[in-house]
Design a protein around this ligand. Structure first.
Ligand SMILES: [Zn+2]
Length: 274
């Protein structure tokens, strides 16, 4: 599933393409992609509007329109958003296409069909579930070592589960939780509340570093993530533990171990992470 670096990469590319473009029309090939509006209503609301900006919150993309409304898109497992020439044929998994005034289309492809679109009018209180309760952005100033300490304080849940909880920290998924914990030398199964001040400081730095490093490489493509231009990320070549079960730890050579934690496949070095 695309996580913060992948969604942010898409956001930056759409931000370069969409603002100022006027919407000519909408084609909805899979109506259940739309969660709170019918295809006909969506077309009616969008036609003639211009895109104003593209924002991100956690793993959600927020496409702002010039009338104050927003399209709120979650890519989930396999969603892709690309801007292509309208003459290009739809793919087998094209679900929604928004026609732009420059002869191109914003296309949403989604093989597994878990991706979601919400239309939210100006000042509306109908935000999609998950967005209302979203936690702190880990690359923002608000995410300080003290903020991480407050998030972990007193919690018996595994620190990995706390990192994955979107209500506490936004945008971290399975890949970057495992990678951040490896960099910090912390076992993913440790109760979050048991981390020392020094460990919390290391984890805070590791979270920011791994997200920043991945962003610089255009995100991670494990299965099918592609960016707004249809190209894969490069950070998969730099992963230390995720997807490397049985392979030697890059620091100590001990085989990386995969186990189930918080319901997710979890990768760690039994030697380097305590
Ligand atoms: Zn190791």
């Amino acid at each position: 599933m695309p996580e913060l670096p992948e969604v942010e990469t898409v956001r930056r590319q759409l931000e370069a393409e969409l603002p100022g473009r006027r919407i000519r029309g909408v084609r909805v090939l899979l109506p259940r992609t739309l969660k709170n509006i019918t295809p006909g209503e969506l077309e009616e609301r969008l036609k003639g509007r211009r895109f104003a900006s593209v924002e991100r919150r956690g793993k959600f993309l927020l496409l702002r329109l010039d009338d104050g409304a927003s399209l709120i898109i979650h890519l989930r497992m396999t969603g892709r958003l690309t801007v292509v020439d309208a003459a290009e044929p739809d793919g087998p998994y094209t679900r929604v296409a928004v026609a732009l005034d420059d002869g191109r289309e914003l296309r949403f492809h989604d093989m597994r069909t878990f991706g979601t679109w919400h239309y939210v009018g100006e000042g509306a209180d109908s935000l999609p579930p998950g967005l209302r309760s979203m936690g702190v952005e880990p690359l923002s100033d608000a995410f300080s070592p003290d903020a991480l300490a407050a998030i972990c304080a007193g919690r018996r849940a595994p620190v990995k589960a706390v990192l994955l909880d979107q209500r506490r920290i936004a945008g971290i998924g399975n890949i970057y939780a495992d990678e951040a914990l490896f960099r910090a030398g912390i076992d993913p199964g440790r109760p979050a509340g048991s981390l020392t001040e020094e460990e919390l400081a290391r984890l805070h730095k590791s979270i920011r570093d791994v997200l920043t490093d991945s962003l610089a490489k255009g995100g991670t493509t494990v299965r099918d993530y592609v960016n707004g231009r249809g190209a894969p990320g490069e950070f998969q070549r730099y992963l230390d533990v995720y997807g490397r079960a049985g392979e030697p730890c890059r620091r100590c050579g001990t085989p990386i171990v995969r186990r189930k934690l918080a319901g997710r496949g979890t990768h760690a070095c039994p030697q380097c992470q305590r």
